[in-house]
Write a protein that binds this ligand. Structure first.
Ligand SMILES: CC(C)(COP(=O)(O)OP(=O)(O)OC[C@H]1O[C@@H](n2cnc3c(N)ncnc32)[C@H](O)[C@@H]1OP(=O)(O)O)[C@@H](O)C(=O)NCCC(=O)NCCS
Length: 177
């Protein structure tokens, strides 16, 4: 722990639900808090939610959703991470590290061998710092009008020791998370 972190590691709790009001509590009510509106994508809500509360206020969130994926034509499942958010006034103190770590720890119990996320290019170094790796190939994802190439960066994390990312075409067989 460095000085920039809170005196004690922030306690991450499992949230029973994560509503639009919860997201507004963290990020405010701006029209595009994730900066991805330009991509024009339709996203899935997450299923498992992890959060940090401070003085009763929700200040950080990360969500998980297990999804079908094919790699080189072989069907598998991945645990998608999404909705990572920290209150603007509390950024830079390790809260994203805490919620993402808790979410990944839980993802390791779900079965799939890989975690997956999509992010804006400027966030790649941050996620690399948290153990994620850039997947330098196109990933096709479903959208209401049919499959498209994901315009954001794709990153993955091994959920078990020794897991690598296999070569071959990658298709998310659902809307992205
Ligand atoms: C992205 C976001 C979640 C980061 O939250 P945060 O609490 O400031 O992040 P943290 O302080 O936990 O930083 C995580 C790690 O990344 C590192 N980091 C931060 N910015 C970095 C950068 N530009 N390059 C490399 N590492 C970086 C931090 O040093 C930290 O590593 P450390 O714990 O080893 O020091 C926050 O800015 C946010 O909510 N943004 C708006 C919503 C959004 O875009 N979410 C992402 C959706 S994919």
């Amino acid at each position: 722990m460095t000085d920039r972190h809170f005196p004690a590691p922030p306690a991450v709790v499992r949230l029973a639900e994560y509503t639009r009001a919860d997201q507004i509590e963290i990020l405010g009510d701006s029209p595009d808090p994730f900066g991805v509106a330009d991509a024009g994508l339709t996203w899935l809500p997450k299923e498992d939610h992890f959060g940090i509360r401070r003085n009763g206020r929700l200040v950080a969130h990360a969500g998980l959703l297990t999804l079908p994926l094919s790699i080189d034509g072989v069907d598998t499942r991945v645990v998608g991470l999404g909705g990572v958010a920290v209150a603007p006034d509390l950024r830079g103190h390790g809260l994203a590290r805490a919620v993402v770590s808790a979410a990944v720890d839980h993802a390791r119990t779900l079965g799939p061998r890989h975690g997956l996320l999509f992010c804006r290019p400027p966030l790649v170094p941050l996620y690399e710092r948290l153990g994620w790796r850039a997947l330098d190939r196109d990933v096709r994802v479903e959208q209401p009008g049919g499959a498209v190439v994901m315009p954001l960066r794709t990153m993955w994390i091994p959920l078990r020791d020794g897991v690598t990312w296999p070569p071959g075409e990658v298709r998310l067989l659902s809307l992205p998370m």
